[in-house]
Design a protein around this ligand. Structure first.
Ligand code: FES
Length: 244
């Protein structure tokens, strides 16, 4: 039987717009920021279920999460103001392995969220390439100074040179394209998550022909383990809608 970890309440210290996204800052309290690519379940005010977010930044005393206001839960999170408090659980899941020689960070859209903290944990400013669907969304590249940027219809994979250890996060088609180019890449996937710790089976995906809970096995998986195939088993649910 899977035990149920308890969330703790954390005050909002502020929030700021980053293009169409909102960076929500929380008091860290005794939470461990964890390994880049791990995720936290954040209470979405007024909604039944929390939403999963990877950590974007870990300034002293704070944890900051990049939120795309695409649904009622994420919009409620973006409306939080300093002094509000929400329940937070984490860090959860498996993040990126940091023992890489030539890191290249690859992000698409809101998938850039874990990359600023990842860059910091890799020791500075690894090269990074980011793809966005509009100039407004590309304003979020300010979170990763020095990144190369492309805006649709140019694909981020066009900027990936051979010989790098790729660490990627972004929409599913981008991850498949990155895996095809870079078989050793580490890829952060998304799935609908209700609990975050293995109890609800809402995040079951097909990996290497078997059904696995992404919140426990991932969300970061080696491309070599995928055989090009990660597919959520919940019908009619968009993987990009996990934090709606
Ligand atoms: Fe509940 Fe994975 S989110 S089992």
């Amino acid at each position: 039987m899977q035990s149920s970890p308890s969330p703790s309440r954390h005050r909002v210290t502020g929030s700021e717009s980053v293009g169409p996204y909102t960076l929500v800052r929380l008091e860290r309290g005794d939470l461990d920021p964890g390994v880049p690519g791990q995720f936290f379940m954040l209470e979405a005010p007024g909604r039944l279920l929390p939403r999963p977010f990877s950590l974007c930044l870990a300034p002293p005393g704070e944890l900051a999460f990049l939120v795309d206001p695409i649904g009622p839960g994420t919009q409620a999170l973006c409306r939080l103001r300093a002094g509000d408090a929400i329940a937070v659980l984490g860090p959860l899941g498996n993040g990126y392995r940091l023992d890489v020689d030539r890191p290249l960070l690859v992000g698409g859209g809101i998938g850039i969220a874990p990359l600023p903290y990842l860059a910091e944990q890799l020791g500075g400013s690894p090269p990074s390439v980011l793809g966005f669907r509009s100039d407004e969304h590309a304003e979020a590249a300010a979170l990763l100074p020095g990144a190369e940027i492309v805006v649709d219809p140019v694909l981020v994979t066009e900027l990936i040179d051979p010989g790098f250890d790729v660490l990627a996060c972004g929409p599913e088609p981008m991850l498949h394209a990155v895996a095809a180019l870079c078989p050793t890449a580490q890829l952060a996937w998304e799935a609908p998550m209700a609990c975050g710790y293995g109890a609800c089976y809402g995040c079951v995906v097909e990996i290497d022909g078997g059904l696995k809970r992404l919140c426990l096995e991932g969300p970061v998986l080696d491309a070599t383990h995928l055989e090009g195939h990660v597919r959520n088993q919940v019908p009619d649910v968009s993987r990009r809608a996990v934090s709606a």
